[in-house]
Design a protein around this ligand. Sequence first.
Ligand code: ADP
Ligand code: MG
Length: 353
Amino acid sequence: MLEDSHTARTELSELGEFGLINRLTSDVGTIHPSTIKGIGDDAAVLENGDLLTLVSTDLLIEGIHFDMAFTPLKHLGYKAAVVNFSDIYAMNGSPRQLFVGISVSNRFSAEALDELYAGIKLACKHYHVDLAGGDTTASPHGLFLALTVTGTVDKSKVVYRNTAQPGNLVCVTGDLGAAYTGLLMLEREKQVFLANPDMQPDLEGHDYIIGRQLKPEARGDVIRKLEEAGILPTAMIDISDGLASEILHICHDSNTGCRLYEEKIPIDPMTVATAEEFNISPVTAALNGGEDYELLFTISMNDYEKIRQLTDVSVIGHITAADEGCNLVTGDNVLVEITAQGFDHMNRGAIKG
Ligand code: ADP
Ligand code: MG
């Protein structure tokens, strides 16, 4: 018999997602030399001849990660695939094969699942990935998706999260906070609809942020541009949980601090307007909103002239020594410690009040 060593009960909400992962995996090592990186980055890194193989997995659960009331199934399929590809780009790799596990209740018709797959297939076509397998089971209720993606990267080009150095510049692609404000809009219109089913959703003029929530793209285009410009990031992560949470991952894992400048954080005007409509600061949406799937990376100061030439990349601060802490310089020139309230799915109420 295996003994159960735990008699006390700890609530998952006390740990949060990262506390739980840490608790479950902090004593896990690796046996095989071919496991170059196990737990602890956007993807596992495995030896594969001259190349490295990357593997990443993501779960999407109805009612937690998506709401069938406003998520068209084709969009859901597309997004489920793209968020996986994003983790491969975050290692500086290229996605290659996708495996789709699906657990579904008889509430869904075959036609509905055709739509889901149309989205998955479209993403695979767009990102040049083969749908190479999966698994299908019944579910008592709801829809669960478990996607695994593999990718490849040259041995000399893999980029981890734990290798940022003091003096490096901190860069981010695209703009932040849009997917979260898009979600706020969709949730508000759902409530209006539930109260009065005759009301049509009023999403006009919000196409950009709604699109960012329902149909995100992974930044393979930036990975290619960096390569062409001869820039190899010193560390990289994708932004699934908000800028604050991700920069803290880089700094914590690299044993550094950072200084970011609020005024340099790229935020689209529509995100600003919508955040203000919901009485939250746009910077809070960028720092703590989730699901932008942009890339956050650090580069050597020597690459500053090169990075300046790239459109769609913003330099937002620099890496410091660990003892300087992780801070944000506000528009009023006040230093504020960065804390991760994160878009933590185990504690989603946290940023929505
Ligand atoms: P990301 O947000 O980039 O998808 P996560 O924060 O989900 O990454 O995961 C961080 C690391 O922890 C990854 O290496 C992931 O494989 C690992 N991990 C997450 N959940 C588990 C689990 N239940 N068991 C083992 N490893 C896990
Ligand atoms: Mg990631």
